[in-house]
Write a protein that binds this ligand. Structure first.
Ligand SMILES: CC(C)(COP(=O)(O)OP(=O)(O)OC[C@H]1O[C@@H](n2cnc3c(N)ncnc32)[C@H](O)[C@@H]1OP(=O)(O)O)[C@@H](O)C(=O)NCCC(=O)NCCS
Length: 168
């Protein structure tokens, strides 16, 4: 199932053959420090589900058909969708920005959600810069909510409303 296509990238629903890619991407050290990984079993359940509440999404290059990233969507059966596990494997090519722009277009223009939210570790300056430059607004801080290697870390919650998307 294709969600949406842009100039260089398309977003499609993951299938069982993508499981290896999803797990490798989550556990790559440069990504793992910024996310909380889920088990392969959990992803298999999402892939096998009806896709109404959660979705694993593959970002792929249109020209090559190669996977270059992965997103997870949650709470899709509410007016408030959550983007989580925003990971781009081929970094620094503008793919993160392009893929998130596509996902926002799908969220607000295709699916008419009222709001999207995302959380991000406080020191993840690249991701925070990207989200804010796309129009996400910082809504709050969840203080010391993740324990990583014995250190309690803060999460920043960011959100965007439909009217903010359409006026951005
Ligand atoms: C965050 C992430 C998704 C961005 O994807 P990307 O394809 O590398 O980013 P882009 O090439 O689209 O660049 C987006 C912006 O970040 C900036 N950026 C990207 N890499 C950077 C780097 N290494 N240092 C500084 N800025 C950087 C770009 O300059 C660009 O900003 P600009 O348009 O204002 O110049 C990707 O780096 C990633 O997967 N990181 C690890 C996992 C993670 O942190 N996920 C987010 C969890 S909340």
């Amino acid at each position: 199932m294709i969600l949406i296509e842009g100039k260089r990238l398309r977003l499609r629903r993951a299938n069982v053959t993508d499981l290896g890619y999803i797990m490798a991407l989550q556990y790559a050290p440069e990504n793992l420090k910024f996310i909380v990984p889920f088990s392969e079993e959990y992803h298999r359940e999402i892939i096998d589900s009806d896709g109404l509440e959660k979705l694993d999404v593959i970002v792929e290059e249109i020209d090559t058909g190669q996977a270059v990233g992965y997103f997870m969507l949650r709470e899709m059966d509410s007016p408030f969708i959550e983007f989580t596990h925003v990971i781009i494997g081929r970094k620094g090519l503008g793919y993160g920005r392009e893929a998130l722009n596509l996902l926002l277009e799908w969220t607000f223009k295709v699916r008419n959600y009222h709001r999207v939210w995302i959380d991000c570790k406080e020191y993840n300056s690249i991701a925070l810069h990207l989200y804010e430059s796309l129009g996400f607004v910082r809504e709050g801080v969840l203080r010391e909510i993740i324990l990583t290697d014995g250190v309690w870390e803060n999460l920043i919650v960011l959100g965007m409303l439909d009217r903010e998307y359409f006026s951005h």
